[in-house]
Ligand binder design. Structure first.
Ligand code: SF4
Ligand code: ZN
Ligand code: ZN
Length: 310
């Protein structure tokens, strides 16, 4: 996204104005001023929502808010675009990181005047550090299943029919790359910007899947959104961070590679995987809590049982 000195905004120029560009989107060959970057970002989100038929203005959307740039930018854009979008913050109980991200999420909700629902893991099950210590499970794997579980459960209880998450293009490319390295077909099959509602799961969507991490950070900065700028302490050493570094080198040498890799997968590979999809008839209901599960007892109830034993 290097900007040449003296570049002018492409959109302003087409209108006969001569405003200075502040950002250059190399893979779109666009130099934009602040105002037109914001419009470009929101249009791109809107187009993605339409392309994948994610939701309409009649739907009640719950945005999974972490206090980071992606989820707050997404929430801001959806509200500006006229969607009914509230937030859900899951307090993971990860010390200062959770305290800061909760405060920033609450401040932002007040600023845009929307509801922010809060689920406190300490009250529901246990904090992520407690879970990691008590049962021998890596933090991110426990965190992933617990977050998914409470997002789905809370959305249903509160009457929302869509969950929107802030996964961006870099996240999707890193996950796809990891799954490809391991040829993890089952995960690849489920990697799509929309996961339809089925047997107790409500629809999950990723409207930022074609927006890069840098673009979402810029959108946050240009809109004066205060977001948490440091990573969760458990993210250290995560393979996704390594994959992102590799991809940023590829992107530098060949702009547009990330988008091509991801959209190529969606267009060419996904239909093949979908065709082979064995219907998830195995999906049943957890005998303990009644939430959808692939096993007799869902992973969170199993976790609760193990925690009760220690
Ligand atoms: Fe949860 Fe891991 Fe992400 Fe931290 S880095 S929020 S523990 S998934
Ligand atoms: Zn402009
Ligand atoms: Zn259960």
């Amino acid at each position: 996204m290097k900007l040449k000195r003296g570049s002018r905004c492409t959109v302003c120029r087409s209108k006969g104005e001569n405003k200075k560009a502040v950002v250059f989107l190399s893979h779109h060959r666009l130099a934009l001023c602040k105002e037109h970057f914001i419009t470009w970002f929101e249009n791109r989100v809107e187009r993605t929502i339409k392309e994948f038929r994610m939701f309409s203005r009649k739907d009640r959307i719950l945005v999974a808010v972490s206090g980071g740039k992606d989820s707050l930018s997404l929430w801001n854009a959806l509200v500006k675009l006229g969607y009914e979008a509230d937030g859900l913050y899951i307090n993971l109980g990860i010390g200062e990181y959770s305290e800061d991200s909760k405060r920033l999420s609450e401040d932002f909700a007040k600023r845009i005047n929307r509801n922010l629902h809060i689920v406190d893991l300490k009250e529901e099950i246990a904090s992520i550090p407690q879970i990691t210590e008590s049962v021998n499970k890596p933090a991110c794997s426990a965190c992933g299943s617990v977050k998914r579980y409470y997002m789905n459960k809370t959305a249903k209880e509160l009457g929302y029919n869509i969950i929107a998450t802030g996964h961006n293009l870099d996240d999707e490319v890193a996950v796809l790359f990891g799954n490809t390295l391991n040829w993890d077909i089952e995960y690849m099959r489920r990697q799509y910007p929309v996961l339809e509602e089925e047997s107790g799961f409500i629809r999950k969507v990723k409207p930022l899947c074609k927006i890069t991490e840098k673009e979402s950070a810029l959108y946050a900065v240009f809109n004066g959104i205060d977001y948490i700028e440091y990573e969760c302490p458990f993210s250290e050493g995560a393979s996704s961070i390594r994959y992102k570094e590799i991809w940023s080198q590829i992107e530098q040498q060949s702009p547009g590679s990330k988008l091509r890799f991801y959209t190529g997968f969606l267009k060419k590979m996904q239909p093949i995987l979908k065709e082979k999809e064995k219907r998830e008839s195995e999906l049943r209901t957890c005998v303990v809590c009644g939430e959808p599960s692939f096993n007799e007892i869902c992973s969170v109830c199993k976790l609760k049982q193990r925690l009760a034993q220690v």
